[in-house]
Design a binder for this molecule. Structure first.
Ligand SMILES: NC(=O)c1ccc[n+]([C@@H]2O[C@H](COP(=O)([O-])OP(=O)(O)OC[C@H]3O[C@@H](n4cnc5c(N)ncnc54)[C@H](O)[C@@H]3O)[C@@H](O)[C@H]2O)c1
Length: 716
């Protein structure tokens, strides 16, 4: 028999064996979109109708097996509401069950990435043979959902409840050996041997040497554990999973509830249960946000990819000016990812510190088995510390990371420009100072851009690439390419003080200072904002950033946006700086810090902080957590909208990802624009207007007013 559709084809291999091949037309990868699912059903029916078929081998015509369901279709499907979602997945499950119920044995040959819906399809087969080059897993919880195409029903029956919970609730990918160990696949072979091994296996089943009927029956029946064993398995897992996921990530808990209810039922009834719980997860705001993050990440990658294509210049040799916190981190990251880098400072001890820090980071990786001694020395060998400009003639890009002082920066930039090739790109890691302003000191401003890394460089994924008024496309493109090569996510933004991320972060800090001025307890503010989802509250964050750095940057922002970022009162942070409380860097800020057993700074509360800042804080009063959240978030979100109005950032997707990757905006909220969408623009505007008396930072900008009036959203 033969069958050919837009995604699947069936061809006869002889002896009654057919190959059901997935090769989605017009796509580089296989995914289970509506077209593929319909075609899968048609192909299955064609096989079912042909009595000459004795066995089926499922293969992929692409480098991957199946990357999963088509996430771009989720928005439309999930907007239809809980009942419709449950109906939809149960419908899909009918297709997969029809394949599972074919009257002949089926073997799935997993050649490459096989995730989510892909693994669910594979589980509907009787046997799975996996290539050593493939990986399998259920990443759904990362999108706020869990496997809904039968994965949570079949997996516990195939690999046991404990394993299934681990696979589904962590969302981790598994390599072939781990998948085989847990029993998710039946054999592992080399990529070259895969197809033949799958065919041989189905022939064995056809010949009756493998009892495929008994194996299949196990998937159709409830799991064979008694009530007591089931209670124990689920109760203990629920405790651990709920604690790990936390209240903001409901999907893993819903997955466990679904499995607990479904494992005692035969397949079809179990699938109904899965559909019901899947729909509950799919309509949560967290799923909406996390799916939004996935889509936004694609937009960001596409944008940086487009820049990279424009980059004609190869970056062979880099240099960094300054071996401080940032310069050291930049040198380490460049070297780690294969770019040789000269690290120049004016102080010998800073160079030693920078090299020491790189050595420490590499040693940690060595300890964790993620690095070999040879790779470590190779990486360190790529960093060349120096006190002079001797080697700068051959450098392709220079990243300036000296102190945040416009005069010093201008002088250093002009000096270095005189020593390099005409086409050397010069990038500044300034956190706030306008790139166009710094370019005034240069003869070749077209070669100059901003390259804003975040602290700690090795951990934070974002690099803002800032395009000044005169920056050339070539300079932007080469910088984007280098940032990607360094393993970072570059987002190109236009120039203004603070660029995108710090421009919106400082209004948030302002909200914090207003609260303290009006009598709020800084600990209560931290608590409310951490409950909102930030990794740390604003007082704690200020301690980490460094008080002096924060105050200095706030000054630059005030100069840049005096109408709303210049304040007529002294803030608590100013007072702390005056008292030499600079945050974690000297062990004292809002909180005090002492190294814990692992040498990490441990935060404790210091009652004297309250005495110190009392003179600039109003009489203590309680604020409801919602008010604290509103007073910190409204200025930030308003400023994001202004950045969009002024085209500092190109799209709400990039704005949201910049906040997630740059300052840890809670992913389950999706970003500032998603936050407005979920609240409703009109509700957000009403909230902002409620606090408009606090100052211009709270007045909603035109973009938001227009969206509120028209009932519009940032994301369709
Ligand atoms: N620390 C952060 O969290 C952070 C985050 C993002 C961006 N930045 C920016 O990165 C830059 C550096 O910040 P940092 O925190 O690493 O500062 P730092 O004080 O730790 O390091 C600055 C280094 O520059 C060196 N230096 C000064 N003049 C120099 C010169 N003429 N040539 C070579 N080296 C010189 C100093 O000796 C010092 O080692 C600043 O512009 C800052 O705003 C900092």
């Amino acid at each position: 028999m033969t069958y050919s559709g837009p995604a699947f084809s069936v061809s006869a291999l002889g002896d009654g064996i057919v190959e059901l091949k997935f090769d989605l037309a017009g796509e580089s990868v296989n995914k289970l979109n509506q077209t593929a699912l319909r075609d899968f059903s048609a192909a299955t029916q064609a096989i079912a109708k042909d009595p000459s078929v004795k066995g089926v081998v499922v293969t992929s015509g692409k480098g991957v097996f199946i990357v999963g369901a088509d996430i771009t279709e989720f928005g439309g499907l999930f907007a239809a509401g809980e009942e419709a979602i449950a109906k939809n997945v149960i419908e899909v499950n009918r297709l997969l069950s029809a394949f599972e119920d074919l009257p002949v044995p089926t073997v799935v040959a997993i050649n490459g990435v096989c995730l989510g819906g892909g693994l669910e399809l594979a589980l509907a087969g009787d046997y799975r043979v996996m290539s050593t080059a493939a990986s399998v897993g259920f990443p759904e919880v990362k999108l706020g959902i869990f496997p809904g195409f039968g994965g949570s029903v079949r997996m516990p029956r195939v690999i046991g409840i404990d394993n299934a919970i681990e696979w589904i609730c962590t969302g981790n990918d598994k390599k072939a050996d781990a998948a085989l160990k847990d029993g998710a696949v039946d054999a592992v072979v080399t990529p070259e041997a895969l197809r033949d091994a799958a065919i041989a296996m189905v022939k064995q089943a056809v010949a009756g040497r493998l009892d495929w009927k008994a194996k299949r029956a196990e998937k159709l029946a409830p799991v064979k554990l008694n009530k007591m064993e089931l209670t124990m398995a689920f109760t203990s897992a629920m405790g651990v999973v709920a604690a790990q996921a936390g209240p903001n990530y409901p999907a893993p808990v819903l997955a466990i509830k679904s499995m607990q209810e479904s494992v005692v039922l035969p397949r079809d009834a179990a699938l109904e249960v899965e559909g019901k719980y899947f729909a509950k997860a799919a309509v949560t705001p967290q799923a909406n946000a996390l799916i939004g993050v996935f889509m936004a990440d694609q937009v960001v990658k596409k944008a940086s990819g487009a820049w990279e294509k424009k980059a004609a210049k190869q970056i062979g040799q880099a240099a960094v000016l300054g071996a401080g916190i940032m310069g050291g981190g930049i040198a380490y990251q460049a070297a780690l990812k294969g770019t040789p880098i000269v690290m120049k400072d004016i102080k010998e001890e800073q160079l030693a510190l920078g090299m020491g820090e790189a050595g420490k980071l590499l040693s940690k990786q060595l300890e964790r088995g993620k690095m070999t001694p040879a790779k470590m020395s190779e990486t360190l060998g790529r960093i060349r510390p120096t006190l002079n400009y001797g080697d700068f003639g051959g450098v392709d890009i220079i990243i300036e990371a000296v102190v945040e002082n416009p005069k010093v920066k201008k002088a250093v930039l002009a000096e270095v420009e005189g020593l390099v090739k005409d086409d050397t790109i010069i990038a500044s890691n300034t956190s706030t100072i306008s790139i166009s302003y710094l370019a005034e000191s240069l003869k070749r401003p077209q070669n100059f851009v901003g390259m804003h890394f975040f602290n700690p460089v090795h951990m934070m994924p974002l690099v803002e690439v800032i395009r000044g008024k005169q920056s050339s496309d070539e300079a932007v493109a080469a910088t984007v390419k280098l940032a990607s090569k360094m393993g970072k996510t570059p987002i190109v933004v236009n120039d203004c003080p603070g660029f995108m991320v710090n421009r919106v972060l400082f209004p948030y800090f302002a909200g914090f200072h207003f609260l303290l001025r009006d009598g709020a307890d800084f600990q209560a503010v931290d608590k409310a904002m951490e409950k909102f989802g930030w990794p740390m509250g604003p007082a704690y964050l200020m301690d980490v950033v460094g008080m002096d750095t924060a105050v200095h940057a706030a000054g630059v922002m005030a100069e840049g946006f005096p109408d709303r970022m210049k304040y007529d009162f002294k803030g608590a942070t100013d007072v702390l700086v005056e008292n030499q409380r600079l945050g974690q860097k000297n062990g004292k800020g809002y909180y005090v810090y002492a190294p814990d057993k692992k040498g990490k700074p441990k935060k404790t509360v210091d009652p004297t902080t309250y005495d110190l800042i009392a003179s600039v804080c109003g009489p203590r009063r309680e604020f409801a957590p919602e008010e604290i959240v509103a007073r910190c978030m409204v200025p930030m979100v308003n400023e994001v909208a202004r950045c969009l109005e002024e085209k500092i950032v190109a799209s709400p997707y990039e704005a949201d990802m910049a906040l997630l990757y740059g300052i840890g905006f809670p992913p389950f909220r999706g970003g500032a624009c998603r936050y407005v969408d979920q609240a409703g623009a009109a509700n957000f505007v009403a909230l902002a207007q409620k606090y408009a008396g606090l100052g211009k930072l709270y007045e909603p900008p035109k973009l938001l007013l227009d969206m509120a009036a028209a009932g519009k959203k940032f994301f369709a």
